[in-house]
Design a protein around this ligand. Sequence first.
Ligand SMILES: NC(=O)c1ccc[n+]([C@@H]2O[C@H](COP(=O)([O-])OP(=O)(O)OC[C@H]3O[C@@H](n4cnc5c(N)ncnc54)[C@H](O)[C@@H]3O)[C@@H](O)[C@H]2O)c1
Length: 255
Amino acid sequence: MELTDKVCIVTGAGSGIGKATAKLFYDNGAKVAVADVNGDAANSAAAELGSNAIGIAVDVSSAKDVEAMVALVVEKWGRIDVLINNAGFGMTGNVVSIAEEDWDRIMAVNVKGIFLCSKHVVPVMAAQGGGSIVNTTSYTAASAIADRTAYVASKGAISSLTRAMALDHAKQGIRVNAVAPGTIDSPYFERIFSQSPDPQKLREEFNARAAMNRMGRPEEVAEAMMFLASDRSRFATGSIVTVDGGSSIGNHLVR
Ligand SMILES: NC(=O)c1ccc[n+]([C@@H]2O[C@H](COP(=O)([O-])OP(=O)(O)OC[C@H]3O[C@@H](n4cnc5c(N)ncnc54)[C@H](O)[C@@H]3O)[C@@H](O)[C@H]2O)c1
């Protein structure tokens, strides 16, 4: 199997894209650390996978939590081959309406979280001769969407960070790439739908963002994670793989 005995950390793996990625990796032979700020979700997702998975409660914006996570994985499995920096969230608002503390939190989780996890994992990968890091950015990093200013800015930072890290660590055998999902039908959106007065209408609006006129599934993003994590992409670094059903290729809604 493609990831046999590869030790993988997936952050934000208690739900959605991270959970689907952890499952695909596990089914391909990996040992998986299922990391999430929601410790119960992490533990139950790990239990669903089996004995070669562990759940870890970690807030990726906390240096103390991240250090403890990396130490635990190295103590248990002795190495780290793959880091999936996927934990993140979005919120509405423009520069006027968004609260300063919300801006700070989104940057702390989405951007600083990747910095911290990479800061502690890269030395482990370098010492063992290499590894693969995949960051979750978004199609909105390249094209923007309205009323998501902090989120779009955080994802833009992730895309730049991906390229900067790729340059810095190529000679250590560490590849750094990113996946840019489109609108994906994860529990994040289920929460948004459930709060809407007309969930069906809202779902149709989200479907219409994509030329393919549907939302993606977490499993479809996990396939791109798999490609970038594994040796199949061995000559790719600093790449951003977009999986968005055609949301970013042009305005298909113009008639
Ligand atoms: N769903 C989409 O349409 C979409 C599109 C583009 C990018 N993304 C990105 O994909 C990633 C996963 O999103 P999802 O849709 O699967 O959402 P989700 O809400 O289903 O899952 C995100 C997980 O991250 C965890 N998390 C949040 N803050 C954390 C923290 N500080 N430390 C550790 N874990 C934390 C949550 O507890 C949750 O389990 C995010 O980075 C998101 O921005 C999602």
